[in-house]
Design a protein around this ligand. Structure first.
Ligand SMILES: Nc1ncnc2c1ncn2[C@@H]1O[C@H](COP(=O)(O)OP(=O)(O)O)[C@@H](O)[C@H]1O
Ligand SMILES: [Mg+2]
Length: 115
């Protein structure tokens, strides 16, 4: 049975990215199969994991827009048990739109439970 851990708070600079990347890495190191999903358009989890923007061919926003599925946008990481779904830097209008879409709990539930 999988568990979802959400790290979310509107305030910036409080350690969300640091916590998400470290917690996901620790779970993977403890041999738990872990999928880290970056929902922040700044894409800072990619930076922490050393994944360059030009190597990202699809991201969580493609999934939320129904252009791709979660398995299509998963990236492998250096840790065997850690997979990653990136987010890419987008423009302000897209960011606003996607913030609205991301508030749809039913949509998020459907996307994550069907993957
Ligand atoms: N526990 C901590 N102690 C000290 N500095 C921290 C800690 N967690 C994060 N930081 C630092 O705080 C800054 C903001 O962290 P970050 O994870 O990017 O925040 P957020 O994702 O909430 O914007 C970074 O420079 C990070 O290295
Ligand atoms: Mg962050």
């Amino acid at each position: 049975m999988s568990k979802v851990i959400s790290i979310a708070i509107p305030k910036g600079g409080v350690g969300k990215t640091t916590t998400a990347v470290n917690l996901a890495s620790c779970l993977a190191a403890a041999e738990k199969r872990t999928l880290l999903i970056d929902m922040d358009p700044s894409g800072s989890c990619s930076v922490s994991l050393g994944i360059e923007n030009e190597n990202i061919n699809g991201d969580i926003f493609d999934v939320l827009n129904f252009h791709k599925s979660i398995p299509q946008v998963i990236q492998k990481t250096e840790l065997e048990n850690l997979d990653f779904v990136p987010s890419k830097i987008i423009n302000y209008q897209d960011e606003e739109r996607l913030a609205r879409i991301s508030n749809n709990i039913n949509l998020l539930n459907n996307i994550f439970s069907s993957s």
